[in-house]
Design a protein around this ligand. Structure first.
Ligand code: PYC
Length: 313
């Protein structure tokens, strides 16, 4: 008789980018700060991560969200986000997906809820119309106008910024940001990331290209995530990093709205308040909407050679 382990999940998408929230059946990561529990997930339960998001149950683009008890005393929920290659500090589209999932399950009502993450607590407001606003962790630009020599491309100029994950925001892309061009955009972004990593920024694992808007926003982006999948949404943490750069450059005032389109044309609206203008730290708020698309039970059988998903050995 096969030994079966069941994991209850709810899937949603936020502007096209999927999130799989693990409701039950996840590993016991113990207690303590989520910054410590996320390390436990990586060191002791990495195959669980792979089983949930990788093929054959998932795909490179899927982001997982493990619901855990919060550590910060003012939080209602805790969450650890992960993808095809590891964990994420924060995830904007995932937090929007999480809130819509919790509402679907009857676990939250419209209002503001505090959510603990490995990089600190965030607030998520579920609006009566179903939109969600995420007040993210403080975001900032670490270095402006970094010039990198990218093999096969030449010199690329960009900013290194934190928005809950580390980003390289390319200042002057010449690539057309369209779905037809996704292979080239992926290749270019991956090469830029490697060059940025080699040039003293090993922490940068997301690359963000910008171009003119095509659906009424202020700008369109293409975001390459750590596992080489592109974000189908405008990327909540990437939009936070962008807001920090706009603020630092004096191009967006406190409280002014910025509409960031993603590569599919779906958009997030963002705005910020200064946390510390002398240090260039902003408190971004990113608003978007998500839709629940599946409720499912994942089955892990010890007779299945791919029970832990397909992952590099
Ligand atoms: O929305 O922050 C985000 C995100 C990060 C990676 C994929 N989406």
């Amino acid at each position: 008789m096969a030994n079966l382990h069941r994991i209850q999940v709810v899937d949603s998408h936020t502007g096209g980018e999927p999130t799989r929230v693990v409701i039950s059946g996840g590993p016991d990561l113990g207690t303590g700060p989520l910054s410590e529990r996320v390390l436990r997930l990586g060191s002791q339960f990495d195959r669980f991560r792979s089983a949930v998001v990788n093929e054959p149950r998932g795909s490179d683009v899927l982001v997982g969200a493990l619901l855990v008890s919060p550590h910060a005393p003012d939080c209602d929920f805790g969450v650890i986000f992960f993808n095809n290659v590891g964990s994420l500090g924060m995830c904007g589209h995932g937090t929007i997906g999480l809130m819509v999932t919790l509402a679907h399950l009857g676990r939250v009502r419209p209002g503001t809820h505090r959510i603990d993450t490995p990089v600190g607590p965030v607030s998520a407001t579920l609006h009566p119309d179903g939109r969600v606003s995420v007040a993210n962790v403080a975001s900032y630009r670490q270095q402006a106008s970094v010039s990198v020599e990218v093999p096969g491309i030449g010199v690329v100029l960009g900013d290194v910024a934190w928005g809950g994950n580390w980003f390289f925001l390319v200042r002057s892309p010449v690539w057309e940001l369209s779905l037809q061009n996704v292979e080239t955009l992926t290749d270019v972004s991956w090469r830029i990331r490697q060059a940025v990593n080699a040039q003293g920024f090993p922490e940068v694992d997301h690359v963000e290209l910008f171009g003119p808007p095509a659906s009424g926003g202020h700008s369109r982006n293409f975001v390459l995530c750590p596992g080489k999948a592109y974000d189908r949404s405008p990327c909540g943490t990437g939009t936070s990093a962008k807001l920090a750069c706009l603020a630092a450059d004096g191009k967006l005032e406190e409280g002014q709205s910025w509409i960031q389109e993603g590569i599919l044309g779906s958009s997030f609206s963002g705005e910020y308040l200064w946390e510390d203008s002398a240090r260039g730290r902003v408190l971004p708020v990113v608003t978007g909407s998500a839709h629940v698309i599946a409720e499912a039970t994942l089955i892990l059988s010890d007779e299945d050679p791919f029970q832990w998903g397909i992952r590099p050995t």
